[in-house]
Design a binder for this molecule. Sequence first.
Ligand SMILES: CCCCCCCCCCCC(=O)SCCNC(=O)CCNC(=O)[C@H](O)C(C)(C)COP(=O)(O)OP(=O)(O)OC[C@H]1O[C@@H](n2cnc3c(N)ncnc32)[C@H](O)[C@@H]1OP(=O)(O)O
Length: 246
Amino acid sequence: MLRGCVSLARGLRPGLRAAPHGAWPGPRLAAAPQPFWGHTAGFSQLGRPKDFALPNPSWSQDMMSLYNKFAEMAKDGTWKRIPSYDRSVDHLPERVRQAFKEVRQDTRFFLRNTDAEGIGFEYVMFLNPTEKRIVCLFQPGPYLEGVSGFAHGGSIAAIIDSTVGGCAIFAAGKVMTANLSINYRNPIPLGSVVLVDSKVDRIEGRKVFLSCEVRNVDGQTLHAEATALFIQLDTKTSQQQEACSP
Ligand SMILES: CCCCCCCCCCCC(=O)SCCNC(=O)CCNC(=O)[C@H](O)C(C)(C)COP(=O)(O)OP(=O)(O)OC[C@H]1O[C@@H](n2cnc3c(N)ncnc32)[C@H](O)[C@@H]1OP(=O)(O)O
């Protein structure tokens, strides 16, 4: 994979903002369907409920440092921070959300299902539209424990699914996960910070193929690598599947 650990660390170093373009060429897309949200404005509309993808006191120094570096890279529009809400439907652009009159009020987006800061999924995603790529900064809290002291594999799968899912949504609109294959290489200590780096590899008809690496902050440790297949939902999609779209 082109996105090696060294490249990642280089790309985040201050003063090397141009490095990502050279180091990580964007994926070659076959026949790109119209993105669901047309352009990235759909990821950042005003007048929304509380946005959880912003720093809070539970964020570690590593988390803040990475956040600040990506925020800096976002200033020229190369990267865009993706707002995050505690209900799936709130991620939708206004024009699409209005179509969901009968949305249940008692649901929570899985990754935002704990109210206290720092105990569950702390994360923020940044989108690079040109590269069809999303990098998620993820700090797993103590309620995500699997083996003592380390993040549960299911929680890792969830953050990977959501990160590659965000990529697939950007590239192809309404999608669902058909396949997610993960190799867990090194455990993730609770409270540490990892980068979930995902990209669209190719699109074939309704099929969106993606890949992902999870690495520590200096890029030296590969925690997990994954491939995913998302299927674009067509207009005949059932109402249940429509409702599953984030
Ligand atoms: C806002 C940002 C932040 C927030 C971002 C948050 C993102 C959250 C993302 C979470 C996403 C989820 O967890 S979704 C939840 C988990 N996933 C599910 O529950 C999905 C359950 N499965 C389904 O509903 C269905 O099987 C679908 C929709 C995936 C596909 O059904 P379908 O639409 O009828 O399509 P179908 O004809 O079967 O398949 C279409 C083509 O794909 C192929 N195909 C289908 N499934 C597979 C498969 N598993 N492996 C290989 N190939 C497959 C078929 O062979 C076919 O190829 P060909 O013959 O055309 O060549």
